[in-house]
Design a protein around this ligand. Structure first.
Ligand SMILES: CCCCCCCC(=O)SCCNC(=O)CCNC(=O)[C@H](O)C(C)(C)COP(=O)(O)OP(=O)(O)OC[C@H]1O[C@@H](n2cnc3c(N)ncnc32)[C@H](O)[C@@H]1OP(=O)(O)O
Length: 219
């Protein structure tokens, strides 16, 4: 079992580095609803066989919506707090491609803290398809990268992935609840050795090991 050695309060405040910080709880329900609707839209677009008239009309509608929304953009690097379910929070980029609250292309992996490390459940649709009916290997790596990066950040301090190794044990199916877990194996100074696993129907489909290098924060 991994022992939580450091509280998240030691995470540097991104505002000290000129990055805006948004409280996750302050994001309006209307934004969550829009993100969710666009997530469904991406899946619908990817799979539609609608006639050309409908396609042209949809493209014009979406273009109009894009113009309407694209008037006031967040700063690149905007960070958001996320509740980890045990009274602690983590901070990540708001459009993180795996876990970002406002990223409609993200599966919005909601990792929660456990006594062993972190855990999430997610079910992926065809947006994430590689081989027929299966999750793309790059997405498997991305989800494991997020899971190990997150546990390293929360249990030690934020860092970057220096090395990531994935073993694909079995095909990872779409439309199936996937359990993703991650934990810290050991730390050596700035080096944090982490690992993670994806299971479908209780069977391991992929395993990852990574080396995270903790970011040095200037005094
Ligand atoms: C909550 C948020 C979760 C986010 C999860 C998502 C995580 C990500 O996607 S991060 C993005 C992808 N990663 C990157 O872009 C990182 C790019 N790489 C870099 O910036 C640098 O190489 C970096 C920061 C990792 C290390 O550079 P630097 O700080 O100069 O450290 P450096 O001195 O080279 O290495 C430190 C130690 O790690 C070792 N090390 C570095 N890279 C490797 C490697 N690939 N393999 C093995 N060992 C390595 C070094 O040998 C050194 O060991 P020792 O201290 O024993 O001599």
């Amino acid at each position: 079992m991994t022992v939580n050695t450091q509280p998240t309060t030691e995470t540097p405040d991104p505002r000290a580095f000129g990055l805006p910080l948004v409280e996750g709880g302050s994001l309006p329900a209307e934004l969550h609803s829009l993100v969710s609707s666009v997530h469904d839209l991406i899946d619908a677009v990817g799979n539609t066989r609608a006639d050309t008239e409908t396609l042209a009309e949809a493209a014009a509608t979406v273009r109009g919506l894009t113009d309407r929304l694209d008037v006031d953009r967040r700063q690149v690097g905007t960070m958001v707090t996320r509740d980890l379910g045990d009274g602690t929070t983590e901070i990540g980029t708001i459009t993180n491609i795996v876990a970002g609250d406002t990223n409609p292309a993200a599966p919005r992996l909601a990792l929660m803290r456990t006594p062993e490390g972190m855990r999430a459940e997610v079910t992926l649709n065809t947006i994430y398809q590689g081989p027929p009916g299966l999750v793309h290997g790059g997405w498997i790596a991305a989800m494991l990268d997020q899971a190990v990066g997150s546990v390293s950040s929360v249990e030690t301090s934020p860092g970057l992935t220096a090395r990531l190794e994935i073993d694909y044990r079995r095909p990872t199916p779409l439309f199936t609840p996937l359990e993703i877990t991650s934990w810290v194996e050991r730390t050596e100074g700035r080096k944090v050795y982490v690992a993670g696993r994806i299971r479908a129907h209780g069977q391991v489909t992929a395993e990852g090991k990574a080396l995270m290098i903790r970011v040095e924060v200037p005094e």
